[in-house]
Design a protein. Structure first.
Length: 149
């Protein structure tokens, strides 16, 4: 089975863009926190809940296009094998058709830039969130601790 990887570029400060699957809000955490094996859950800084998924629609769309391109490539290669196997068969022949054209995959762009850095004392961590959430309070993305000073 083939695997593929999708890279999510971080901003100039090392943060990656995420979106809560529950409340729909965008926020950023450090890529190092996202990739850290000790990070078990991510809490949404706005609603304080653990979402099912934090990938943005853009990342999911890119993953689907990569998967579609890969599936088309695998099918085409299998049909080509079948075409070669039936080439000299007088009872049956098979044509694979034209090679599929890959879907164009556009790079992920950082499109949410109105976020400000919030430092959380509980985990000594940082996140980028909306300024209004900094003023009104938020939850630590690494432990879920409330910070409503």
């Amino acid at each position: 089975m083939d695997t593929f990887e999708i890279s999510i570029k971080s901003d100039e400060d090392g943060f990656i863009l995420l979106q809560c699957s529950l409340c729909g809000e965008f926020f950023k955490i450090l890529a190092s926190d996202w990739n850290d094996e000790s990070t078990i859950n991510i809490w949404c800084p706005y609603c304080g809940l653990i979402g099912e998924n934090y990938f943005t629609d853009e990342v999911i769309e890119i993953a689907m296009r990569i998967a579609e391109n890969e599936a088309n490539r695998i099918l085409y290669n299998e049909f080509k094998k079948l075409e070669r196997q039936t080439k000299n068969n007088k009872y049956m022949s098979f044509k694979s058709g034209n090679k599929p054209i890959d879907e164009i995959i556009t790079p992920i762009k950082q499109r949410v830039d109105n976020l400000e850095t919030k430092k959380y004392k509980c985990c000594n961590s940082e996140a980028k969130i909306r300024p209004v959430a900094i003023a009104s309070g938020s939850y630590c993305p690494l432990c879920g601790g409330a910070d409503f000073e």
